[in-house]
Design a protein around this ligand. Structure first.
Ligand code: PLP
Length: 448
């Protein structure tokens, strides 16, 4: 099996080298295009946090959030399972050598051909929230283990999902369970998704309690549920923590699901990848304009044009309702700040990254850095107007590298000198040759 990751370059870092050092080093070269730095160690750190904070909950990483092969390989090696939403996501995960029993097909509204594909490759666990889905499953994947998705919305979430998916646990769930029983379909558990970027921890208590009621309901219909899927919604930013949500979940599991026979899984997306990715963008144009307030008074305003926008990485502003924070790469301390806006490179007026911020007097060619850019950015980005999607520089310090190097099966010949010098003494930078494939030699997992 060969996997080509042509948009990613790999660097092994000396101890104490930080992501911002890498950005400085890359921008010191002829680099003009926007680029990402992905810190592999940050993904490992997140997995450690998950295991320590939610020990009973088996993470099934939501591939949709960031389907980079490096991310998927690292997570596969760490032993996570996966939440796939389509045939092609399933294939991508299977191509890493992951067993189909580590995949949940967690899209309640699936195309028939995708259901048939799941059956043919042995992906047995799938979600549903409507009758037609059960009929399709009966016809195309009759031996599947189905998970009923219920609706329970957070009062505050970055991206609510209940408007689209999830049956009502009181009025609709009993009807669907009866229908499944009549069709002879095996239903094994309950799932929910409280909303992505959940800002109301207590919703997990309500959702887990509602799931308990559906478990009890199912017993009356003749099912013996043994799977609880607590979905996604966990924060992933560098300044955010899982603690509060985990406290609510752990207590609710103890209260409503004390039986250890019930397997508890989750579908975290942004938690694993958000903080691992940092984006650096180049300012290529600047306009100095006057801005007028309601009283007709004018003030100075600067418009900065950067080489990634809402049709590229910053689609997360439109689709994921993300608030992005610009940080100049250069140190401007002591300098004056001014009312500013930041715009993407396309010819569309919609392509605005920051409407208003107080920023220093930056020059053409300067760089602006955006942290926490790993979730719902790259997989959605387009090349509209001919602007490229930023390439990714994957970095790992030596200890992380030692952990993964055998599993990722790199050898010296996988690396070539590039624009960034290979230098063991200052950053040990390596550039991966675009044309060289790499693969997981085996799917053995790492214990951290
Ligand atoms: N599971 C499902 C079914 C989803 O639709 C999503 C996101 O849309 C996720 C998991 C991941 O959610 P998050 O990134 O909030 O953890």
């Amino acid at each position: 099996m060969k996997i080509s990751n042509s948009d990613e370059r790999f660097h092994i870092l000396e101890p104490e080298t930080k992501v911002w050092d890498v950005i400085r080093e890359v921008t010191d070269t002829e680099q003009e295009d926007a680029f990402y730095v992905c810190d592999m160690g940050d993904i490992v750190r997140k997995h450690k946090i998950w295991k320590a904070t939610l020990p009973r909950v088996v993470p099934h990483y939501a591939v949709k959030c960031n389907d980079s092969l490096t991310v998927l390989e690292v997570l596969a090696a760490l032993g996570t399972s996966f939440d796939c939403a389509s045939k092609s996501e399933i294939n991508k995960v299977l191509s890493l050598g992951v067993e189909p029993n580590r995949i949940i097909f967690a899209n309640p509204a699936k195309m028939k051909s995708h259901i048939r594909h799941a059956a043919s490759v042995g992906v047995m666990t799938m979600t549903f929230d409507n009758e037609l889905e059960l009929e399709k499953v009966k016809e195309h994947h009759p031996d599947a283990n189905m998970v009923i998705r219920i609706r329970c919305d957070a009062t505050d979430a970055q991206c609510p999902l209940g408007i689209k998916f999830g049956c009502d646990p009181v009025t609709e769930a009993p009807l669907l369970l009866n229908k499944a029983s009549t069709l002879g379909i095996n239903v094994v558990g309950v799932s929910f998704h409280v909303g992505s970027g959940c800002r109301e921890p207590d919703v997990f208590r309500r959702a887990i309690s509602a799931s308990r009621d559906v478990f009890n309901m199912a017993r009356q219909v003749g099912f013996n549920f043994n799977l609880l899927d607590i979905g996604g919604g966990y924060p992933g930013g560098r300044m955010e923590t899982l603690d509060e949500i985990a406290k609510v979940i752990n207590l609710a599991l103890e209260t409503y699901f004390p039986d250890p026979e019930v397997q508890v899984i989750a579908e975290p997306g942004r938690f694993y990848v958000s903080s691992a990715y940092t984006l650096a963008c180049n300012i290529h144009s600047i306009r100095h304009v006057k801005k007028f307030n309601a009283n007709g008074e004018s003030s100075e305003h600067r418009m900065y044009y950067i080489n990634d926008g809402v049709y590229g990485s910053f689609n997360c502003i439109l689709y994921d309702h993300q608030v992005v924070v610009p940080k100049p790469l250069k140190d401007y301390s002591g300098g004056q700040s001014c009312s500013s806006s930041i715009w993407g490179p396309t010819c569309d007026g919609l392509d605005q990254v920051i409407e208003e911020a107080s920023l220093p007097d930056m020059k053409e060619g300067d760089w602006v850095v955006f942290e926490d850019m790993g979730a719902y950015t790259l997989p959605v980005a387009s090349t509209f107007n001919g602007f490229p999607i930023p390439k990714v520089h994957v970095v790992a310090n030596e200890s992380i590298w030692m952990l993964f190097k055998d599993l990722l099966a790199f050898t010296d010949e996988h690396f070539a000198m590039g624009s960034i010098p290979y230098n063991h003494n200052c950053g040990c930078m390596m550039k991966m040759n675009d044309s060289i494939d790499f693969s997981l030699s085996s799917i053995s997992t790492i214990t951290i």
